[in-house]
Design a binder for this molecule. Structure first.
Ligand code: UD1
Length: 347
């Protein structure tokens, strides 16, 4: 019998791609999602894509009793925990909502999982935990010093997980994956990034400009100390990212690591500026996109680039897809999403 893996936030952007990667690797995903940032139709599209029926519970991770009942019914040997709020600006405005959901919810989830027998826990963290650091590329030994409540919740949960798996008699093993900038979509165009509210990230904003939902792209500063003056990031294809989760799970289930807790960067190590990303989209579209220059966005750093070597060494994983694939797949997904009317009204 295939191992069941609980995937919280399994209907979300990264979660849905993890569900597909788990199925491909022979696992049986059990999705938990409260639909706070996902459409109901993701489930049908996942079923179409994988050719199998999905187990999905409409549950909030803060519902401890609900989680206990679920884990009794569906004993899971692994947990991929992605359910969280993720907007940096909103986290500054509403910190308690973020601490309640991302920290309170995660503690209750981990506790329920451990009480049900424990297992392999893969936690969705972020490069945001490094804060405004000038080193590049960023490696995992750098201090964790987030500069906003969202980043704090990720750093706190890394610590909670580390302490939990090191406690005497702990039944779980844990690993945190620090994402750099996820982008792109599944090449089937059945799943992809689909923010319910106004997007904050570069890729979905460029897509909005390309489809005419937004007049122009505002470039947040071109006076950074980077080759063309615009912000440089480490964009990673969401399918590569999902495969890293499966590798992490397999490593934990197969005996874990020398140390009981590890945090690994998930990036490519390849830098791309805002202008380079825009140019890649323009090449894909065969037309130019309207851009305006704006001030720097508060909290942004010039460069965020991963040192991806630890994940390669410890998981045997490296990203395979480059910027071109991210752009092509994001654009193919946008075409499908529009064709289905997903972006006309809520389904
Ligand atoms: C942001 C979050 C980060 C989160 C990540 C998830 C902030 C400060 N950081 O990272 O915590 O983990 O998303 O993917 O919000 N840009 C523009 N114009 C735009 C939008 C973005 O020029 O309209 C630029 C930004 O200044 C940056 C680059 O594009 O240089 C990437 O921005 P974005 O996609 O928002 O990602 P991050 O800021 O790196």
């Amino acid at each position: 019998m295939a191992d069941k893996i609980l995937v919280t936030g399994g209907l979300g952007y990264i979660g849905s791609h993890c569900v597909v990667a788990l199925c491909e690797a022979g696992f049986e995903p059990v999705i938990v999602d409260n639909h706070s940032n996902a459409r109901a139709s993701v489930l049908e599209r996942l079923e179409r894509l994988t050719g199998r029926s999905m187990t999905c519970y409409d549950l909030d991770i803060r519902n401890r009793a609900g989680l206990e009942t679920l884990l009794q019914r569906e004993p899971c040997s692994g947990l991929i925990h992605l359910a969280a709020f993720k907007a940096v600006g909103e986290s500054v405005a509403r910190p308690l909502v973020y601490y309640d959901n991302n920290v309170g919810g995660s503690v209750s989830l981990f506790d329920a999982f451990e009480a049900a027998g424990g297992g392999a826990i893969v936690f969705s963290s972020s490069a945001t935990v490094y804060g405004e650091v000038n080193a590049e590329p960023l490696h995992e030994a750098l201090p964790v010093q987030p500069n906003n409540p969202y980043g704090q919740t990720k750093a706190m949960m890394e610590q909670v997980l580390a302490d939990m798996v090191r406690a005497p008699g702990a039944r779980s093993q844990g690993l945190a994956l620090r994402y750099f900038n996820p982008a792109g979509a599944h090449d089937s165009a059945l799943i992809g990034e689909d923010p319910k509210d106004q997007p904050n990230n570069l890729f979905p904003i460029i897509v909005q400009v390309a489809v005419g939902q937004r007049e122009s792209l505002t470039i947040f500063g071109e006076d950074y100390d980077t080759p063309d003056g615009t912000g440089v990031r480490d964009y990673i294809h969401v399918v590569d990212l999902a495969q890293a989760h499966v590798k992490a799970l397999q490593a934990l289930l197969g005996g874990g690591f020398e140390v009981p807790f590890t945090a690994l960067n998930l990036g490519t190590g390849t830098p791309y500026s805002v202008r380079e990303v825009v140019s890649a989209f323009e090449a894909e579209l065969g037309r130019s996109l309207l851009q305006t220059l704006g001030p720097r966005r508060p909290g942004d750093v010039a460069t965020l680039l991963a040192d991806p070597r630890a994940a390669a060494e410890q998981l045997g994983w490296t990203a395979e897809r480059g910027l071109e694939a991210m752009v092509t797949d994001a654009w193919r997904w946008a075409g499908a999403a529009r064709q289905w009317g997903l972006w006309d009204e809520d389904d």
